[in-house]
Structure formats: structure tokens, C-alpha cells
Design a protein around this ligand. Structure first.
Ligand code: FAD
Length: 409
């Protein structure tokens, strides 16, 4: 008979790790099991496309907590263990090659997985994805020496970051993008162009508006990428970086409400009362935005995991952090806060020097700031979040005027 004690967290990524830490820090003394299908204890992914990939950060720096922390805090960490089914009515989990286990409260923190190409030869040797530490460790030595021809398919955040890292290491980098401007879906055309120019100036061959038709290979290894029309872009390595898909399979099969992720309310409770979701997999109602949001970013995994833990302990939770993320590419560092869906098509107001890549951009919808991005300007993101949260109707001229303190807007 399986036990049914305590809290079980499925997914040992940042959201899961943050939840177990919060449970203990809030004084929960019961049983905690953190189950993850990867072989590693929880680690953070942002360095996998940046300083860990480049070799400037060491392996230990990516882990969320030291190995000993789990035993010291009486956390049962089951790595290399996949949960294969959730049975809400019985409060039971099926585990691959192991006996089922019960739970009182369950957190789904199963994250997301890279979208795959379905074209010919997409699984040839030399075609990579980048999600896990193992993925990064496969790629890192191949880029380290420079001189390789890397072709990136997709110019989202991960594609652009890897391009910058690989180029800085002295590799030849080509980015293939089906849209006319990279990152335009996230930032709009003008700001996508800032990133396009940054890459072009640094010697990346950016090829917008192309359609990838197949992968070319010889003797089981990739040799290039074939575009519609027949052009072949020669490659020693290909990285497919065309976005991620939320890992909703368990929740879906268990009958939980799914819509672009596991649907949860502002207290991160799913359609089943004892099942919670946080991190990339959760599509959570955001009380400030007034809509459900699914965020595929580090801060949401950390803060959402903590909020879910408090909710599991019966605290009143209204998870209303303003979505936040950052990127580092070449000499450009930026932080973005706000509600991407509300910023679509909004007016953009700039404060600072856009051409010199030192500025803050604000997205104004209905006269209110719904998102803001500081580029090579630091220690302002809290103030940007304050403007978004206050939701005042603001004068665009004052927003653009660097002499007006952000706290007054
Ligand atoms: C290369 C890279 C760079 C990034 N850079 C940035 C950045 O600069 N800034 C930023 O804000 N965000 C960045 N992100 C995104 C950020 O890392 C993610 O949003 C974050 O990892 C999400 O955390 P999570 O815990 O929700 O999910 P994940 O990190 O995906 O972890 C979920 C875990 O659950 C496991 N799992 C899934 N199903 C099961 C199952 N059935 N049984 C057991 N285990 C299961 C998975 O194996 C995985 O280990 C980056 C991501 C990548 C891949």
C-alpha cells in the first residue's frame, strides 16, 4: 500500500527546487519528495547558453543548492526518475520502474521541452537542441576551440544567445529565421532590429525570411541545412532553437484543465484541488494583467515555485509578480519586465540612447505602461516594475525624459 504523506514535487528544475526550499523555510516538517527525470540535482538553465557554454562559468555554479543540502533538509531527492501517471482521485503517482507513491499535495513543475523539427534528417549526428545540462555539455567542447560552422535554426532568445557565445569563441555563425526580423514577436520590429544589428555587427550571418526544408548529411552526420529553393548552408553543427512546448502530458492524461499549459488560478491551484503547477508548465491567472499568462523564464520558475509552496501549506496566495527576464548577448545586457501579450502592437517610448544601445523602452497600451526593457542601463528594473504595477496613465513626453524620476510616473 503506497504511503500518502506530505508534499510531492514532480520536476526537479528551478520551480521544483524553489518550492521544496520554501516548504522547509516556512517550517513544513512533513515528508517532501522531489522527483526529476534528469540525472542531476536541480540546476539553472540560463548559463547553459551563456557563461557555462562559453567556458567562463564552472559546473558547480549552475546548481541551485549543494548536494548535501537535500539530505540536511530531509528532502528525498529522486533523480533519474520519471513519473508516468497522476491519479488525482487516489492521490497516487505511477513511477517508471518503481512502486507507486501517494501524496497529500502535489506540485507539477515539469517545465518544457524543445520543439523539434519534423523535416528530413532532423536527427542526424551534429544536430543539437539545448535544454539540459547534458545538452550543454555535448555542445560546449564543440564550440570551445572556435573555427566551426554553426548554423542556428531559429532566432529566439536561446538561438540569439548561443549565436553570441559561439561567435565570441571564434566560430562561424549563421542564423536562419523564417520571420523578417528576429525577436520581433517578443519585442516588435524596432527593437528586434536592435538585436539584428548587434549580431550583424559582430559577424553573425543573419538570414531572415528563409524556409528550412531539410538537413543535409553524409555518413550519418550533418553537412548543411537545405533552404526552400535549394540553397545549402554548410554546417559542422546545427542547433535547432525553435521554441519550447510545455510538458503538460501528465496533467492532460490525469484530466486536469489544460490550455497553453496547466491552467491554474492566482494561488497556483489547478482544476484538481490538491494539485498545483508552477514554472514553465503553468498557465496562471495574473491578477494585475487580468488574464492567464504562461511565462518561460527563470524568475517565474523561482518565484512561482515559492508561491506554490506557500499555497500548498494553506497560505492565502495571490501570485502577482510582474513577469521578468534578462538576456546577455555580446556587449548587450538587458532586463525586461511586463506583460508580453498586452504589449503586442503597443506604442513604444524610448528614454536614452537607442542608437548607442543604452536606453529604456516602455510599451504603452491605453496610455499605461504594460512592459519595459532596460538595455545596458542598470538598477532601474524595480522602478520599471513599479510603473507597470501602478498602472497610471502616463505622459509619453515625461516617460521619455531622463530627468523625470521613474518613481514619479
Ligand atoms: C539554454 C537556456 C537558457 C535560458 N536562459 C534564460 C535567461 O537568460 N533568462 C530567463 O529568464 N530564462 C532563461 N531560460 C528559461 C528558464 O531556464 C526556464 O524558464 C526555467 O528553467 C523553467 O524552470 P522549470 O522548473 O519550470 O522547468 P524546467 O527547468 O524545464 O524543469 C522541469 C524538470 O522537470 C522534469 N520532468 C518533466 N517531466 C517529468 C516527469 N514526468 N517526471 C519527472 N521529471 C519530469 C524535466 O526533466 C526537468 O528537469 C533559459 C532556458 C534555457 C534552456
Amino acid at each position: 500500500m503506497p504511503d500518502s504523506e506530505g508534499c510531492v514535487i514532480v520536476g526537479a528544475g528551478l520551480a521544483g527546487a524553489s518550492a521544496v526550499r520554501e516548504l522547509r523555510e516556512r517550517g513544513f516538517l512533513g515528508r517532501i519528495r522531489l522527483i526529476g527525470s534528469e540525472a542531476h540535482r536541480p540546476y539553472i538553465r540560463p548559463p547553459l547558453s551563456k557563461d557555462y557554454l562559453s567556458g567562463s562559468a564552472d559546473r558547480q555554479s549552475v546548481f541551485v543548492d549543494p548536494e548535501a543540502w537535500y539530505a540536511e533538509n530531509d528532502i528525498e531527492l529522486l533523480t533519474g526518475t520519471a513519473v508516468t501517471a497522476v491519479h488525482p482521485a487516489q492521490h497516487l503517482l505511477a513511477i517508471e520502474n518503481s512502486a507507486p507513491i501517494g501524496y497529500e499535495k502535489l506540485l507539477l513543475a515539469t517545465g518544457s521541452a524543445p520543439r523539434r523539427l519534423t523535416i528530413a534528417n532532423a536527427d542526424l549526428a551534429g544536430v543539437h537542441h539545448l535544454r539540459t545540462l547534458d545538452d550543454a555539455e555535448a555542445l560546449r567542447p564543440l564550440l570551445a576551440e572556435g573555427g566551426r560552422r554553426l548554423v542556428l535554426i531559429g532566432s529566439g532568445w536561446i538561438g540569439m544567445e548561443v549565436a553570441a557565445t559561439a561567435r565570441t569563441l571564434g566560430n562561424e555563425v549563421t542564423i536562419l529565421e523564417r520571420n523578417p526580423i528576429p525577436l520581433a514577436n517578443a519585442l516588435g520590429d524596432e527593437l528586434g532590429t536592435v538585436f539584428a544589428e548587434l549580431h550583424t555587427e559582430n559577424g553573425v550571418d543573419l538570414r531572415p525570411s528563409v524556409v528550412v526544408e531539410s538537413i543535409a548529411g553524409a555518413d550519418g552526420r550533418v553537412t548543411g541545412v537545405v533552404l526552400a529553393g535549394g540553397e545549402v548552408i554548410a554546417a559542422d553543427l546545427v542547433l535547432v532553437a525553435i521554441g519550447v512546448i510545455a510538458n503538460t502530458g501528465l496533467a492532460d492524461a490525469a484530466g486536469l484543465a489544460i490550455d497553453n499549459g496547466v491552467l491554474v488560478d492566482a494561488s497556483l491551484v489547478s482544476s484538481e484541488s490538491d494539485i498545483y503547477a508552477a514554472g514553465d508548465v503553468a498557465n496562471a491567472y495574473h491578477p494585475v494583467a487580468g488574464m492567464h499568462l504562461r511565462s518561460e523564464h527563470w524568475a517565474n520558475a523561482r518565484n512561482g515555485g515559492k508561491a506554490a509552496a506557500r499555497s500548498m501549506l494553506g497560505e492565502e496566495v495571490s501570485y502577482d509578480d510582474i513577469p521578468y527576464f534578462y538576456t546577455d548577448q555580446f556587449d548587450l545586457g538587458m532586463e525586461y519586465s511586463g506583460f508580453g501579450p498586452l504589449a503586442q502592437g503597443a506604442d513604444v517610448v524610448y528614454r536614452g540612447d537607442r542608437a548607442g544601445r543604452e536606453f529604456i523602452a516602455f510599451w504603452l497600451a491605453g496610455g499605461r505602461v504594460v512592459a519595459g526593457m532596460n538595455v545596458n542601463v542598470w538598477d532601474v528594473n524595480d522602478a520599471v516594475q513599479g510603473i507597470i504595477r501602478r498602472a497610471n496613465v502616463v505622459d509619453p513626453a515625461r516617460l521619455a525624459d531622463g530627468n523625470v524620476p521613474l518613481d514619479l510616473l
